[in-house]
Design a protein around this ligand. Structure first.
Ligand code: GDP
Length: 192
C-alpha cells in the first residue's frame, strides 16, 4: 500500500466539502506538537507531505491524502490543545471533529497520538470521551518514545491501558513509535 503513490487531495474546512466516502479511511489526531506530521511523513516515506502545527498553512483543516491506487484516505486532523487557541476555536475543533466522526461511515480507525514524554493529558481524555460516543475504533499511538527508557515506556503503556479500560469497548494495543528512529513505522503500516 505505502509503496504506491501518496498524494494530497484537499483541505476540508466544513463537512460539506468532504470527498465521497468511496474507500477506507483512517485518521490521525493529536495535540499540537505531538509529532503528528513527522509520523505521517515517516509512514508515507515523504519528507514534506504533512505540515507541522508549528507552521502556518494547512493546519486548521482536515487534510485528505490518498494512498496507493485510490485504496485509502489518510486524514490529518488539525492539532488540538494548543495553548494559544481560544475557547471558541477549541470548541470549533470539537464540533467539526464530532460531526466528522459521526457522519463518516468509511472511517475505520482513529489513531490518537500521545507524546510519550507527556502521557495522556486532560484534553486527550476529552477527545477520548468524544470518541467513545462515536462508532469508530480508536487506537493510542505513542510518539517520540526514543525520549524514554524501556522502563518508562512500559510504565506509560500500563498506565494508558488502565485508563483505556474506563473508556468503553475494547481498544487495539497501544502502539509505540519514534519517527526520528523509524520505530513502530512498519507495525503501523501493517496495522493500517
Ligand atoms: P505536529 O505539530 O504534531 O505535526 O508535530 P511535528 O511533527 O511538527 O513535531 C513536533 C516536534 O517534535 C518537532 O520538533 C519534531 O522534531 C519533534 N519530534 C517529532 N517526532 C519525534 C520523534 O519521534 N522523536 C523525537 N525525539 N522528536 C520528535
Amino acid at each position: 500500500l505505502f509503496a504506491g503513490p501518496v498524494e494530497f487531495v484537499m483541505g476540508v474546512v466544513d463537512l460539506k466539502g468532504l470527498p465521497p466516502a468511496d474507500r477506507t479511511e483512517v485518521c490521525f489526531a493529536g495535540r499540537s506538537n505531538v509529532g503528528k506530521s513527522s509520523l505521517i511523513n515517516a509512514l508515507t516515506g515523504r519528507n514534506k507531505l504533512a505540515r507541522s502545527s508549528a507552521e502556518p498553512g494547512r493546519t486548521r483543516e482536515l487534510n485528505y491524502f490518498t494512498v496507493g491506487e485510490d485504496q485509502l484516505y489518510l486524514v490529518d486532523l488539525p492539532g488540538f490543545g494548543y495553548a494559544k487557541v481560544s475557547r471558541t476555536q477549541a470548541e470549533a475543533w470539537m464540533k467539526l471533529t464530532r460531526s466528522y466522526l459521526r457522519g463518516r461511515p468509511s472511517l475505520r480507525r482513529v489513531f490518537l497520538l500521545v507524546d510519550a514524554r507527556r502521557g495522556l493529558m486532560d484534553t486527550d481524555e476529552e477527545v477520548m470521551a468524544m470518541l467513545d460516543g462515536s462508532a469508530v475504533t480508536y487506537q493510542i499511538l505513542l510518539t517520540k518514545v526514543d525520549k524514554l527508557n524501556k522502563g518508562e515506556v512500559d510504565k506509560l503503556v500500563t498506565d494508558i491501558e488502565t485508563k483505556l479500560k474506563k473508556h468503553g469497548a475494547a481498544h487495539p494495543f497501544v502502539m509505540m513509535t519514534s519517527s526520528e528512529k523509524g520505530w513502530g513505522i512498519p507495525e503501523l503500516r501493517a496495522e493500517i
